[in-house]
Structures are given as C-alpha cells and as structure tokens.
Ligand binder design. Sequence first.
Ligand SMILES: [Fe+2]
Length: 276
Amino acid sequence: MGTSAKQLGVVDITERIGSEIRTDVETLLGGQEAENIRETLKLRGVVFFRGLQISDEQQVAIAKTLGNIVANEGQDGIYKISLDKNVNEKAEYLKGSLFWHFDGSLQPYPNLATLLRAVKLSETGGQTEFCNTYAAYEDLPQADKDAIAELRVVHSAERSQYYVSPEMSYDEIAFWQKSPTKACPMVWTHRSGRKSLLLGATADYVIGLSPEESRALLARLRDWSTQPQYVYRHEWQVGDLLIWDNTGTMHRALPYSVDSGRLMHRTILAGEETLQ
Ligand SMILES: [Fe+2]
C-alpha cells in the first residue's frame, strides 16, 4: 500500500468500506496503477473516481487493465442498466437490484468486479449502497462463526423474484424455476485465506435447517452485514466511475422512478475464483 497508494491519491470514505481514488484518465488507461487499484479494491470493497467523464471505449479499456471483461455482457463490453423497458428489455428483472445481493451467485465463477459509470441520473433516489461482507464476517461472534462454518445455502433466481413480485403466478414461477439453482457455502474462504459471507436476494434456503430457522438465519446475517458500519452509500454524480469487488460485498440500488431516465453503463470483470 504505502507509497504507491499515495501516488494514486486514495481517500478512505468510511472506516470499513469505500475509497475515492484521485487520478487522471491517462493513468487509468495506461494501466501502470492497475495492480494498486486491484489491491485497494480488495481492501476497501468499493473504489470510485469522481466525475471522470469517460467514453464507453475508455471504460472498457480501463476495465481491461484490471482483468478479463465478460465478453457477452452487452455490446462491446458495455451493458445498459435502466428500469425503462425501451432501453433494456430485461428491465423487470433488473428491479431485483433494489435488494441486497451480489452478482453471479448462480454462476460457477461469481464476477470478480463490476465497473459502473453514471450516464444519467434520477432526480431523486437511485443511490447505490454497498456492504463489506469480509468485515461483517470478521466481526461475527466466534459462536456464530463456528455455527455457520460448514453451512451451505441454495441460491435461486426464483427466490430473488419474490422480492420484485411477491405474488407470482404459476407460469412466472415455472419460468424462473427453469434457471438452475446452485448450492454455495455460507462462508466463502478465498484463495487469500480471508473469509466473507455469501448471502443476498438469491439465497433461498440453508441446507439442513428447518424453513423457519433457515429464513431467520439468512435474515439475521443480512441484518448484521448491512449495519451502518459496513455500508457505503454512493451519491452519484454524472461521470462517476465506480468499481466494486463483487466477491467481498453486496450491493443494492435505492428506489428511483422507472421513467426517471437513470442510466448506468456497466462493465463486468470475469470471476477468477470458483465457489466450492
Ligand atoms: Fe447487481
């Protein structure tokens, strides 16, 4: 960290999560600080560059200095996040992003990180909140760590849709059940040896617990992980570029109106660590 981090101008926003990085577009495009940025991202969960005002091409170029971008994710590495069906035909599905989750819980390799750039903002709402699931795990009482060490949680797309649409029809349920479910550990032990909690809106049930115990435990750990000391709320300005470590955080957008015009351009970095 030390000297190189200082060269980047890293300003921690809260104690446990979120840093602003002050640098210029040329430095980011050159890639000479890419390792520092990745390191800072791992330590801080979220980093952002205020008002960077870059193009789509520059966003993708910066992403490529940091990892492998997910090729099929939208055209040329840019995916448009909007709740307006005219902009994104999957707008209905994206409403699930208003609830705590991490991306790619159903994939073999959850995404490493996501870059999000504010193109147009809603007049009200639309902030994005992040919580640090490394810090939340580290602070758990030892008895909880012991109790959850071996637990596995089944994640499903169907489960996350109940947040958006609590009274789904049979046809809707049948549709979401076509997506395969996936069992993930509740505690993710990373290659680094650090551990984080794996929860979120796709977390359906804990294997081996009664339905009541399972729901209560998942809610208790989510409440724990989203306490103010683990949360950073980003108040967007147009042109901001923000990156979150998707392997050590959860996120959610705060509500905003569907016709607000809010538009984010997203680029995803492919996961490098699988979940056993
Ligand atoms: Fe997301």
